[in-house]
Design a protein around this ligand. Structure first.
Ligand SMILES: [Zn+2]
Length: 376
């Protein structure tokens, strides 16, 4: 067995790979090498084609049978954007922070867990890594492909920790034990085009759309529950594609998003919305795209063991939260109970993204205690 890598060094090597979704730029090979050196069997799974692919994913195992703890994460990053103080893909350490695209979301987390697994090598059961190269993109060829690969081989982890940056102010203050679901919808209301001076010969779709929106605004989806805030519908755009001041347009369109809690399924919300729209204008058309269903992992072994490892190292008692956007946990929850825990997320996706060097080291110690508590 070789010497365990330092998590900050490993994170820096990963940041130097320009793995903007769906590119990999060598990140998977760096992880594969480190994991093989720590005794893991590594499978690289390349799927899909342009424009959303090809995507390389990594699946690695060490040990046999149960209990089986899986660590899930991603090595892709969002584009750097303009205005960085230093090159986003040249990792720099400044004032105690590792700076670079992916430092927070989430190359340092992956590195911290690989380093932990490299230090803690003798364990029972199975430890696995499920790393996707397509979390920040449409995820078509990422985690769903990993899950399919596992299903084909009847491999089922008992618990999954997703290393997304969930801490809000300080490392260890927040675990995510669920996520809201999300559905986008588009409503098209047809009318009959005509001259504004002859409204009897036309049919204006705009007031109809306004009535639909007003009805949707009054729709109380739920009042939330123990884990979730109330589900929420937001109209995000309306347009009629009409620049002329003397024309009644032939079409009015609205776009909206619903962030929903585990009291709903995406399809059920789409159905209810279609009924409400049809009651006002039967000719209106509704299109939709469900980006993810809501899920919650109730308090249990997973939340308790991860919380205990956090408290042991930081003295903090993490709160459980379901706030924020969606993550790949929405897919992994189909495999087994899943929670998310990682670094402070203040600078993720931003210019000058940075992670505290001390936090990365501490996260790696927490990770080691998590492995110990499940597989020790
Ligand atoms: Zn992420």
């Amino acid at each position: 067995m070789t010497i365990a890598p330092d998590p900050v060094d490993l994170a820096a090597r990963l940041i130097a790979c320009k793995s903007v979704t769906p590119s990999d730029d060598g990140a998977m090979n760096i992880m594969a090498e480190a994991l093989e050196a720590a005794g893991f069997t590594v499978h690289l799974l390349t799927k899909g084609q342009a424009p959303d692919g090809p995507v390389t994913n990594l699946i690695a195992f060490r040990g046999k049978g149960h209990p089986h703890l899986a660590y899930a994460g991603h090595s892709d990053v969002v584009p750097a954007g303009q205005g960085w103080s230093s090159d986003p893909f040249t990792p720099t350490i400044k004032d105690g922070y590792l700076v670079g695209r992916g430092a927070v979301d989430m190359k340092s987390s992956v590195a911290a867990f690989i380093a932990a697994a490299s230090r803690y090598t003798e364990h029972k059961g199975t430890l696995s890594f499920l790393i996707t190269g397509d979390e920040e993109g449409p995820a078509t060829f990422g985690t769903p492909a990993i899950i399919e690969w596992l299903n084909e081989r009847s491999i089922k982890p008992d618990y999954c920790l997703v290393g997304e940056p969930t801490s809000m102010e300080v490392l260890g203050d927040t675990i995510k034990n669920g996520r809201r679901g999300s559905v986008n919808m588009w409503i098209d209301v047809p009318g009959i085009q005509g001259h504004v001076a002859y409204p009897d010969r036309a049919q204006n779709p705009i007031p109809v759309l306004a009535r639909i929106i007003s009805d949707l605004e009054s729709w109380l989806l739920d009042e939330g529950d123990q884990w979730f805030q109330p589900s929420n519908l937001e109209v995000t755009a309306i347009e009629s594609d009409n620049k002329a001041t003397n024309v009644i347009p032939s079409l009015a369109k609205a776009q909206l998003n619903i962030r929903f809690n585990a009291l709903h399924k995406g399809a059920e919300l789409v159905d209810s919305l279609k009924k409400r729209v049809a009651a006002i204008e039967p000719k209106a058309k509704v299109k939709f795209a469900i980006s993810g269903e809501a899920f919650v992992t109730e308090k249990g072994v997973l939340t308790e063991k991860v919380s205990a490892a956090i408290t042991k190292n930081t003295g903090r008692t993490p709160s459980l939260s379901t706030s924020g956007g969606t993550s790949d946990a929405r897919f992994l929850t189909k495999l087994c109970p899943v929670i998310e825990f990682g670094l402070v997320n203040a600078t993720m996706h931003k210019v000058d993204e940075k992670a505290s060097v001390e936090d990365i080291q501490q996260l790696s110690r927490i990770d080691e205690d998590i492995i110990k508590s499940f597989l020790g």
